[in-house]
Design a protein around this ligand. Structure first.
Ligand SMILES: Nc1nc2c(c(=O)[nH]1)N[C@H]1C(S)=C(S)[C@@H](COP(=O)(O)O)O[C@H]1N2
Ligand SMILES: [Mo]
Length: 390
């Protein structure tokens, strides 16, 4: 009798590769867990820096702090991409496993499935939106930051559940040799085919290393030449990259107009300063990085007027909240707020010069805010007004 071949869905036992073993999954999972943990913690730091907490002020030192944490955030997120892809490949057959018969087992199986679906969906969402963001590509309509932040909690929660559920397997797998078969599915090949498990792991670590090097160059100057994924190359006036140009933000006319004034307001007190007035005030020079949330950063030396001196002109008390408004009429990054510890800091400047040269139009001419340990998005360019709000 002949059997006709009927199309059917693939089943777990169709996948016999010796590589799709918990011995491999657990090893990659360990590094993936570390990458997600780092991305989560540094993401919380970035959220804190951009969402002032009434209980705990974001620190002004070390000045390079945000540069390091946000660099780590983007690097660990990028490293997670190859790790996640290989890990999903190793566990894929389990997606096709037949549900157990026993009712209690079935419920547990279902719950585990749901938690894994949530974890995988959240992880893919975080990596995809994060990568797109680091590449300055916003192909969606939702607001990136709150969405990426909310999903981070979902991902980390689901990850903790997953680790707890899998702990016995993880421990057994990591405790044994990578070629051990104790944890393997019954229908797997008896030995290596095209590649050994060690070979797969080595390839995965190499791919991860390449991903790290390719992004880290956006933060680490001597890596810049190998940094093909680093979106900001380090070129730009005075060797500092430009994020949004003056033309893009439509401020060229206002920024170069002779009628430019910096207005400083505290209640009924108000002063309007020309660029010449600002240049005539005592200047401070400070080395402070520009550290973009998108992961690139660059060290720079700025010279300008401490914001605190400007607040003194209108009699604003120490510990003031200050709203900094740009000449820019619309679009993002028009306004930022200085918390009291930032407005009091002697290195919080309205910079007029970068590396000793007059600030270029794209870097924020006539003057731009620069403060220590502050995300780039809050370093407002083309400043028009300082309003003391408390
Ligand atoms: N007014 C205004 N200020 C701004 C921006 C902007 O678009 N408009 N971009 C911000 C962002 S996202 C960053 S990273 C820094 C970059 O500064 P730079 O272009 O001088 O390197 O400027 C910040 N200040
Ligand atoms: Mo930025």
């Amino acid at each position: 009798m002949s059997t006709r071949l009927r199309p059917r869905l693939p089943a777990e036992e169709d996948f016999t590769s010796w590589l799709r073993s918990p011995a491999v999954t657990a090893r990659i999972g360990l590094w993936l867990g570390i990458a997600f943990g780092l991305a989560f913690v540094t993401g919380l730091v970035s959220h804190w820096a951009q969402t002032p907490s009434p209980w705990l002020a974001f620190p002004t030192s070390p000045a390079w702090g945000y540069r390091v944490t946000q660099g780590l955030h983007v690097v660990s997120g990028t490293a997670a991409v190859p790790l996640l892809l290989v890990k999903l490949w190793t566990v894929f057959p389990k997606l096709l496993a037949r549900p157990p018969r026993d009712r209690r087992d079935l419920v547990l199986h279902g719950l585990e499935r749901v938690s894994i679906a949530v974890l995988v969906a959240a992880a893919i969402f975080q990596l995809a939106t994060g990568l797109a963001n680091a590449a300055q590509w916003y192909p969606w309509t939702f607001n990136f930051r709150p969405t990426h932040y909310a999903l981070a909690w979902v991902a980390i929660g689901a990850l903790l559940v997953h680790i707890a559920v899998k702990l016995p397997v993880i421990r057994a797998a990591l405790g044994a040799d990578v070629e051990s078969t104790t944890q393997d599915r019954a229908t797997m090949a008896a030995g290596p085919g095209v590649m050994t498990r060690r070979g797969l792991l080595r390839t995965t670590w190499a791919a991860t290393g390449v991903a790290v090097l390719a992004t880290a160059g956006a933060t680490v100057p001597w890596l810049r030449r190998v940094s093909v994924l680093g979106v900001r190359s380090g070129d730009g006036p005075a060797g500092v990259p430009i994020n949004h140009s003056a033309a893009y933000r439509k401020v060229v006319a206002a920024a170069t107009s002779p009628s430019y004034r910096l207005t400083v307001v505290y209640g009924a007190n108000q002063v309007a300063l020309t660029l010449a007035d600002l240049r005539a005030m005592p200047q401070t020079t400070a080395s402070l990085p520009i550290a973009c949330v998108e992961g690139w950063s660059a060290g720079a030396t700025w010279t300008g007027v401490p914001v605190r001196h400007l607040l003194d002109l209108v009699g604003a008390p120490g510990g003031s909240h200050v709203t900094v408004t740009s000449l820019q009429e619309s679009g993002g990054e028009r306004v930022s707020t200085l918390e009291p510890n930032f407005s009091d800091h002697p290195h919080t400047l309205l910079a007029l010069r970068l590396h000793g040269e007059t600030l270029s139009l794209d870097h924020g001419f006539p003057c731009r805010l620069i403060a220590p340990d502050r995300p780039g998005v809050l370093q407002t360019k083309w400043v028009a007004r300082l309003d003391v709000t408390t």
